[in-house]
Design a protein around this ligand. Structure first.
Ligand SMILES: *Cc1c(COP(=O)(O)O)cnc(C)c1O
Length: 440
């Protein structure tokens, strides 16, 4: 007998009682795809059953009809976790832009003149106020900011960068390669561990357009090392009538706890000496949405705006609206509305309380004092004290089991830890529930 004739007809499956509540369109896709797979299996002589087929259809239906992106609980303690979506956005900030996103808005419409307006002015105005700078331009992310700046000011010209700063940021963003793609010519100066201002000075030629500094972000050179601060580079650039540019990567405004501010100057300190251009990410320590924020001299920002490539790095109204709302929170000094800062500033006593409440709920584990990192290629060395709940048992197995419940923890000293630095109060009962499920 023809083995394929055993396969139930599509219509019959669609009308089966067990699929009554399913959406017809998605169900019929799932059925057709599963039947195709089944035919291939049969051709290979594989055994099958109707029960199994129905189970597979259901599984495919659910994967087709649900988002593959979902909320997870970050129990790693790493605040800016690029793999987990980098900076979360404050829910009040997010809600406040709903009308702008779901209705029409004055994005590029001048309400006074009744004619076309400029999308960039809205948010730039607030950011200018915040940073006290001449002008601001917002692009898709900091990588596009780097590309746009190099392409605008240094195409076919030389850009002087220290050898110690030719970094690769996670996700294959390499300065030398971005530079090549932008058309700029890289001129490396100094050595891996030491670069002096005289190295920049001696390398300036007729072909030089820019002196660039790149934040080392995710690594540190220790021992016999030296690099040049942006102030010195700015001063030299002014003398030689060149543009100086600092790819800062991540920027923060208020003084940070745990002496983090000692290892890195704030964006306000960097701007004091009026560098020509600085850029950083909107979703690292700045704690807002993905964006590249370029701060600079008015005439330079005007040139960036004239580059056709800007159109390709253009940001959406949602990005502009959220960034503006975050900037307003900064102006009001409502730092608790910047989630990244809120987590960083949460006192250890509060973290202890969270840990105790989890231990109370699960009647297992113990408080374990630890330290975590800022993450996201920001302050790679700076450790932040934290409090976690350590669970007894095989750490690897626990990590996997919690991961199946969408909770990402970390292993330290062969213990599985739930680090409270990045866990919200509301998340604690969710973690307890997951724990009970795992232990069943
Ligand atoms: C993170 C980082 C980038 C890339 O920024 P994105 O916003 O991720 O595009 C570029 N340069 C430096 C120094 C960085 O730290």
């Amino acid at each position: 007998m023809n083995p394929y004739r055993q396969i139930p007809k599509v219509d019959k499956i669609l009308n089966d009682e067990s699929f009554k509540k399913y959406n017809r369109y998605i169900l019929s896709r799932a059925v057709k795809e599963e039947i195709k797979t089944l035919r291939e299996d049969i051709s290979k002589g594989k055994e099958w059953s109707k029960q199994e087929l129905y189970k597979n259809i259901k599984r495919r239906y659910h994967s087709l009809s649900s988002s593959s992106l979902y909320k997870v609980i970050n129990a790693t303690g790493i605040i800016i976790h690029t793999n987990l979506g980098r900076s979360p956005i404050d829910s009040e900030v997010f809600d406040s832009v709903k009308e702008i996103a779901t209705k029409y808005c004055n994005l590029e419409y001048d309400m006074q003149k009744g004619s076309r307006g400029d999308r960039y002015t809205h948010t730039a105005q607030t950011l200018k106020e915040l940073f006290g700078c001449e002008d601001v331009l917002i692009v898709n992310n900091n990588a596009s900011a780097v590309f746009l700046i190099l392409n605008t000011f240094a195409k076919n010209k030389e850009v002087i960068v220290s050898r110690g700063e030719l970094v690769e940021i996670g996700g294959s963003f390499r300065i030398p390669e971005v530079m090549r793609a932008s058309g700029a010519i890289l001129k490396e100066v100094g050595t891996t561990n030491r670069t002096k201002i005289s190295d920049y000075k001696e390398s300036i030629s007729e072909d030089t357009a820019m002196l660039m500094k790149v934040h080392k972000s995710n690594y540190k050179i220790v021992g016999f090392s030296q690099d040049v601060e942006i102030d010195e580079i700015t001063k030299l650039a002014k003398e030689k009538n060149l543009i100086d540019y600092y790819d800062l990567g991540s920027a923060y405004i208020p003084p940070l706890p745990y002496s983090l501010s000692n290892s890195e100057p704030s964006i306000m300190d960097i701007l004091k000496n009026q560098p020509s251009l600085v850029s950083f990410s909107g979703d690292k320590l700045f704690g807002s949405i993905q964006a590249g924020i370029i701060i600079g001299k008015k005439e330079l920002i005007a040139k960036l705006k004239k580059n056709q490539i800007l159109r390709m790095f253009r940001v959406d109204k949602i990005t502009l609206a959220i960034l503006q709302q975050s900037a307003i929170k900064y102006l009001k000094k409502e730092y608790e509305k910047i989630p990244v800062l809120n987590m960083l500033f949460t006192p250890l006593e509060e973290l202890e309380k969270r840990a105790e409440s989890l231990i109370d709920m699960i009647q297992d584990g113990f408080i374990y004092h630890t330290s975590s990192f800022v993450g996201g290629g920001t302050m790679p060395e700076a450790e932040i004290p934290s409090v976690s709940v350590a669970l007894k048992g095989n750490a690897k197995e626990l990590q996997e089991a919690f991961r199946r419940e969408n909770i990402i923890g970390r292993i330290e000293n062969e213990m599985f830890l739930i680090d409270m630095r990045t866990v919200k109060r509301d998340d604690i009962s969710v973690i307890a529930k997951a724990y009970n499920k795992i232990k069943e």
